[in-house]
Design a binder for this molecule. Structure first.
Ligand SMILES: Cc1cn([C@H]2C[C@H](O)[C@@H](COP(=O)(O)OP(=O)(O)O[C@H]3O[C@H](C)C(=O)[C@H](O)[C@H]3O)O2)c(=O)[nH]c1=O
Length: 188
């Protein structure tokens, strides 16, 4: 199985094996033992799914604060998207750094987004479905965000990104510099 780690600590990208035959394919999407050994002993207790009808839809950048900080195991069920994360853990060697990974239904690749990261994505095909397991329940009081287009972070979004498709909430998110110190490296 392909497994990748990055300059941003604790982030893991992997692609489960597919067993193809004349009918199509079979793939083990999640195994607790593999996840615990290669990523960590997290409890994935809620699963979310979103459909974005238009290519160029940007959702994010979002995160939940303690005690509902979320790790996210993200994959694309239909279409394709560019997943973007920003390390917002004060003290991290990669604080304020971003990275992007293309997730497609075709590949079935997955991204582990640790707690302490802001997460968002831009769809690059219509009718793209994102499906992701999280390690803490939704808490509207702890549901926070940061600006997708923060010039100090400098995310290079796909050229199809369409700001008109942003949610009202995402049009007015604070910049990284305006965020309180929600997360400390090594403590979330
Ligand atoms: C996240 C969430 C939302 N909701 C409700 C709240 C709103 O009434 C509605 C849409 O929520 P929102 O506009 O925050 O959805 P997205 O813009 O897709 O946000 C999500 O997508 C980005 C990329 C993320 O990483 C977060 O997990 C999540 O914030 O669903 C729930 O009931 N439970 C939930 O867990």
């Amino acid at each position: 199985m392909l497994i990748e780690r990055f300059e941003l600590p604790d982030v893991v990208h992997f692609e489960p094996k597919k067993f193809g035959d004349h009918r199509g394919y079979f793939s083990e999407i999640f195994r607790k033992d593999w996840f615990s050994e290669n990523i960590g002993d997290f409890d994935l207790i809620q699963e979310n799914q979103s459909l974005s009808a238009s290519s160029g839809t940007v959702r994010g950048l979002h995160f939940q604060t303690a005690p509902f900080a979320q790790g996210k195991l993200v994959r694309c069920l239909s279409g394709a998207l560019v997943d973007v994360i920003v390390d917002i853990r004060r003290g991290s060697p990669a604080y304020g750094h971003w990275m992007a990974v293309e997730l497609t239904a075709e590949r079935g690749n997955q991204l582990w987004v640790p707690p302490g990261f802001a997460h968002g994505f831009c769809t690059i095909q219509p009718n793209t479905i994102l499906c992701y397991k999280v390690t803490a329940y939704y808490s509207v009081e702890n549901d926070k965000g940061m600006a997708w287009d923060d010039p100090a972070v400098g995310i290079e979004w796909p050229s199809v990104a369409n700001p008109e498709l942003l949610s009202a909430k995402d049009k007015v998110q604070p910049t990284l510099a305006e965020l309180p110190p929600y997360f400390s490296y090594g403590a979330c």
